[in-house]
Design a protein around this ligand. Structure first.
Ligand code: PLZ
Length: 464
């Protein structure tokens, strides 16, 4: 009721025509957001957290606008989802048109063309020059689960290997694949059996080159599981929730070669890295790694829920008819959104935009990193970059400073996300629709967060 009182700011339409500015008209949260968040606390289960204390009413380009009329710079894209830009006009139009046509039939009851079109597009744009097939699902976790199901059916084997720091979802099997206990797994066992964990290549912390790190993994797989028992290896080419860990060059190709030589299905989880995010359409392309199966989601449909498994036709066809699917899997509205989203990546050559964004992030943080020894590592590719925050003159994780900087950014109208096993990584996932100016402004606020939180003894000589 209070939301309708006369002081309510007019709710703007989203999309790129929103004023592209950081504008705070209240402290955060403002009164309307505070009221909605109070209702959330009463009505929504405590397990469903939130990062920024604002209630969104519109978003587009590089901003999120809240219920009080505050306009925040978006450096998170709703966790790497609105890569083409929030409420992108082509996506919004495709959604509206499809919603007016039909909203659902269930693809398993009466199929429709847009699902087939999305499968054809995925078969064409994913890595690998061979016959492929796809199946669509509702979420990244569901895609990952199905990739494992397909690999097990194809190989007749059960064991699956995932990696330290890996994140694959919140369902039972994907919790088992996910490394981090708090908050994702704690109290939710027992977890799915026959899931094994191998050491990730983490150059900042292990000092190994790609071949050495792969040899360490392979020895473990051969000795502890046995290749003959192993259905699949699943890995994120750059880890997302685990800390934007980019394995050393050569690690992924070596694992992929070993898997192929041993009849193990090599699965890339590109739910977070996929669709132009890393400056390639898929992160696998960077080292020309070709997975047998690839799981995609997030950026696939401009914000509509959709995910997919795509891969070698003979593997994808292993499960019997009726074995894959779901009531909503490949919903027609999501498929319409995906078709215009994928077309936008290709027509607008958005991989190039992701690389431009990387250059700006590098410019700002290489300078800051040179003068602040709490910035341990700057890594990632394209519009998927991160800073690992440490205690001065060490590699000891510094989650307290990480949280302070993220809070400073939010208080000053910039949405940034944190991640990492040790909670000490600030990640940047801006929409590719953000302007250079807004990106620079957002990054400057984050940099100010480091300066504001700097005990003078903790920083090197300031340059300016
Ligand atoms: N695989 C690599 O990054 C989702 C999770 C946010 P869903 N990452 C964001 C949270 O706290 O729930 C993700 C991912 C990778 C799988 C998933 C799971 O995708 O669409 O969230 O199920």
């Amino acid at each position: 009721m209070a939301l309708l009182d006369t002081a309510a700011p007019a709710v703007p339409l989203g999309g790129p025509d929103l004023p592209q500015e950081r504008r705070l008209v209240t402290d955060l949260p403002g009164p309307r957001s505070a009221e909605i968040l109070a209702r959330k606390a009463d009505a929504v289960a405590a397990g469903v957290g939130h990062t920024v204390p604002v209630a969104a009413v519109a978003a587009g380009g590089g901003v999120v606008v809240d219920a009080d009329g505050n306009s925040l710079i978006d450096l998170g894209s709703g966790i790497a989802v609105t890569t083409v830009g929030n409420a992108h006009p082509k996506v919004a139009a495709a959604v509206a048109a499809q919603a007016a046509q039909f909203t659902h039939t269930c693809f398993m009851i009466s199929p429709y063309e847009s699902y087939v079109g999305v499968a054809e597009a995925l078969n064409r744009v994913t890595p690998g020059d061979f016959a492929k097939k796809s199946a669509l699902f509702n979420s990244g976790a569901e895609a990952v689960e199905n990739a494992i199901k397909i690999a097990r059916k194809h190989t007749g084997r059960q064991a699956v290997v995932a990696f330290d720091h890996g994140y694959h979802g919140r369902t039972n099997l994907t919790m088992a694949l996910t490394a981090k206990s708090m908050p994702y797994k704690s109290g939710f066992g027992p977890f799915a059996p026959e899931v094994y964990r191998a050491p990730m290549s983490y150059p900042f912390r292990d000092g190994l080159d790609g071949r050495e790190a792969a040899a360490r993994v392979i020895l473990q797989l051969e000795k502890q599981i046995g290749a003959d028992n192993l259905a699949a290896v699943i890995i994120e080419p750059i880890q997302g929730e685990g800390g934007f860990i980019e394995p050393a060059t050569g690690f992924l190709p070596a694992l992929s070669e070993w898997a192929t030589a041993n009849g193990v299905v090599f699965i890339l989880d590109e739910v977070q890295t996929g669709f132009a995010r890393t400056g390639d359409l898929f992160a696998a392309n960077h080292e020309r790694v070709v997975p047998d199966l690839i799981a995609t989601g997030k950026g696939i449909a401009g914000g509509l829920p959709l995910a997919a498994v795509t891969g070698r036709a003979e593997i994808m066809d292993s499960p019997q008819s009726g074995a894959l699917g779901g009531t909503y899997a490949g919903n027609p509205i999501s498929c319409a959104a995906a078709l215009s989203t994928i077309e936008t990546y290709e027509k607008n050559n958005l991989v190039v935009r992701a690389r431009e964004i990387a250059a700006i992030i590098d410019e700002v943080f290489t300078e800051l990193g040179a003068s602040d020894d709490r910035i341990g590592d700057i890594r990632g590719r394209g519009a998927m970059k991160a800073i690992e925050v440490v205690h001065p003159d060490s590699t000891d994780p510094n989650p307290a400073l990480t949280d302070s900087v993220a809070k400073f950014a939010a208080d000053h109208g910039v949405v940034v996300l944190t991640c990492g096993t040790y909670g000490n990584v600030i990640r940047f996932l801006p929409p590719l629709a953000i302007s250079d100016e807004l990106l620079r402004e957002g990054l400057r606020v984050v940099a100010d967060g480091f300066r504001t939180n700097a005990p003078t003894s903790a920083t090197k000589e300031s340059q300016s």
